[in-house]
Ligand binder design. Structure first.
Ligand code: NOJ
Length: 484
């Protein structure tokens, strides 16, 4: 049956009340491309992207004069990562980047969030920069430009040079100045190729995870007062870097960061619960987002810490709260809050044992996270320019003999999150783009390669990349600029 004939007859069939609609649907599927039943549109200029980070994908840890980072040391320390796995090779993207840019072209993304490896640029932490790897990043950026993909650069995605850790790392205030120096240098070299800069990624993960528990590099468990000071050094570094970026750019630069707002959302969407969530999110993020956006620590944070409270000057607070051009939020999960008549006025609800989660046990699935997190950030702090700088899902993916990876659970996750994001955007929450984590399966920190977040399957023995079904799903969302 040709298409014209079919359409004519389909109309006639539809008019007949006697024919079962299922027959009609089955017929039409054979001839018409399937379309989402009621796609929910995003605004015309909404930016679709994907994200990665240097240590998780680059490999080539000895190439180009790169120095050691704390993640090299940590992952090579027995017992620290799953099966002793390291980022030595990872996705070999240092060499395979042209292939990965082709994957992005296949998806149709407009932007790519990646990070520059600090130990490639300052192998010894400070002193002489390494021009070899600036040239490497120039080649990557030129290839992205040819592909019409906008680079969005994170300056530090956790890979602190080991040489700086040897002097105390983030527990030492000098590291804040070293970071600003590095940021200014990179921007002076690459501002003709990069407009969008992010200082840091997820303060809480690399500071509280790295210095307050030991699960992340450098694997320390400092006394509370020192941990609190490391937090302060990290936000100071962010503020100093914002200044350095603006001072060093020869071309227009837009500056922001990527933060995993430790979340809170109303368990029920009524005024009392929403208020409880607002109070909770501000307090929960007191050491990072709140001080960055308000220029002060909350009274409760300082009071609770007592003699362990951070030491800072008024000038520190001014630097920390430099105005930003955009605010990036990594959204994976959040936690429900209810109002309470306790001192705080709110209570986080413990998750029932049956609460669904991804392969990663921490990744509880609650799609409303991507509605409430940016909405609360916009409502509480008046932020006008938000990007979702990460969102994604780990699954027990299987590469089948026929070469397919049918990750329907990831598709379910992405569809539900994107529907909630569309809800936010259509209500006027100022989110302008979305970066899916991750383009590729990669080195998932202490979990090594055991947790796959990619929409492209990577065989880590052969480096063969296979787009998963979820990449076809995402490609379609991008093509239609809608989710259905
Ligand atoms: C956030 C981090 O930025 C990224 O590096 C990590 O892989 C994802 N979360 C998933 O855990």
């Amino acid at each position: 049956m040709n298409r014209r004939f079919f359409l004519k007859n389909a109309a006639a069939l539809a008019a007949s009340p006697l024919l079962p609609t299922t027959t009609l649907r089955a017929e039409s599927e054979k001839h018409l491309p399937a379309i989402a039943s009621q796609p929910r549109p995003f605004p015309p200029n909404f930016v679709w992207g994907t994200a990665t980070a240097a240590y998780q994908v680059e490999g080539a840890v000895h190439a180009g004069g790169r120095g050691l980072s704390i993640w090299d040391t940590f992952s090579h320390t027995p017992g620290k990562t799953f099966d002793g796995e390291t980022g030595d090779v990872a996705d070999d993207e240092y060499y395979l980047y042209p292939e990965d840019i082709r994957l992005m072209q296949r998806l149709g993304v407009r932007a790519f969030r990646f990070s520059i490896a600090w130990p490639r640029i300052f192998p010894h932490g400070t002193s002489k920069p390494n021009a070899v790897d600036i040239d490497h990043y120039k080649r990557v950026l030129d290839r992205l430009k040819e592909a019409n993909i906008v680079p969005v650069c994170t300056l530090c995605h956790w890979d602190l040079p080991q040489a700086l850790q040897d002097k105390g790392g983030w527990a030492n205030r000098d590291t804040s100045y070293a970071f600003a120096h590095y940021a200014g240098y990179v921007v002076s070299q690459l501002s003709d190729r990069i407009t969008y800069w992010m200082t840091m990624n997820e303060f809480d993960s690399f500071i509280d995870g790295g210095y307050g528990g030991g699960g992340m590099a450098p694997g320390l468990d400092l006394p509370l007062g020192q941990l609190v000071q490391a937090r302060q050094n990290a936000v100071l570094a962010h503020g100093l870097a914002v200044q350095a970026i603006r001072a060093s750019a020869h071309h227009p630069a837009k500056v922001g960061l990527a933060e995993d707002i430790s979340g809170a959302m109303p368990a029920i969407e009524d005024a009392a619960h929403i208020h409880a969530a607002e109070v909770a999110i501000r307090e929960r993020n007191a050491p990072y987002t709140t001080v960055i956006l308000e220029g002060r620590y909350t009274e409760q944070y300082l009071r609770k810490l007592g003699r362990n409270a951070p030491k800072f000057t008024a000038e520190d607070l001014r630097i920390i709260s430099q105005p930003l051009d955009f605010f990036g939020i990594n959204v994976y999960t959040t936690q429900e809050v209810i109002p309470s008549d306790n001192q705080e006025g709110y209570e986080f609800v413990p998750r029932p044992a049956t609460y669904p989660h991804a392969q990663s046990k921490w990744l509880f699935v609650n799609p409303q996270a991507i509605y409430w997190t940016p909405k609360l950030v916009a409502d509480i702090w008046g932020v006008k320019n938000i990007y979702i700088t990460e969102n994604g899902y780990s699954s027990a993916d299987v590469l089948r003999a026929d070469g397919q990876v049918l990750d329907t659970d990831r598709i379910m996750y992405l569809r539900n999150y994107l529907l909630q994001l569309q809800r936010a955007v259509s209500e006027g929450v100022p989110v302008h783009g979305y970066f899916l984590w991750s383009l590729l399966d990669n080195f998932e920190w202490a979990h090594g390669y055991s947790q796959r977040f990619g929409i492209t399957y990577v065989d880590f023995k052969t480096q063969v990349r296979t787009p998963k079904l979820s990449s076809d799903f995402y490609r379609r969302v991008i093509a239609e600029n809608a989710v259905g």
